[in-house]
Write a protein that binds this ligand. Structure first.
Ligand code: NI
Length: 147
């Protein structure tokens, strides 16, 4: 079994606001991230793929094909938009880094070719925080949790 990592980036606006909380509670929980007109991030995310090496190409997956899938299903949806307002992916979803990692995982996992599994998605919202969603049964090496 082999792990392969690839990194992507996009820029987007969002607002953290829960419909289950009052305006005052939202402000208290999300602080400046609750700003009514949103705020922006330069997001980065990493995909960790696992599978067997392709005997013909000696790669886990064709990178052009992977980039095309990521572009079509994720980047075209989320780059330079207001995540909460402009995307179908995040309709009714609070756009925390945790939820972005989960939604990206679900979306990409559904379109990857057979024989290639998504082991994990890590979304960096800033230099200081990131969220990882991993396939529950994935056995990832400890270094994946560093930086
Ligand atoms: Ni934010």
């Amino acid at each position: 079994m082999l792990l392969f990592k690839r990194r992507y980036h996009f820029a987007a606006a969002h607002r953290l606001h829960s419909p289950h909380l009052s305006d005052a509670e939202n402000k208290a929980v999300f602080l400046q991230c609750n700003n009514a007109n949103g705020h922006g991030h330069n997001y980065e995310f990493e995909l960790y793929l696992e599978g067997e090496i392709n005997p013909q190409t000696q790669m886990l997956m064709d990178l052009v094909e992977l980039d095309k899938l990521v572009e079509t299903h994720l980047l075209d949806e989320v780059d330079h938009v207001f995540l909460d307002k402009d995307t179908i992916l995040f309709k009714g979803v609070i756009t925390t880094a945790e939820n972005i990692a989960f939604v990206f995982f679900q979306t990409l996992d559904a379109v990857l070719p057979s024989g290639v599994d998504l082991a994990a998605v890590r979304v960096y919202e800033s230099r200081n925080n990131a969220a990882i969603y991993q396939r529950p049964e994935a056995k990832l090496p400890p270094f994946i949790y560093q930086s």
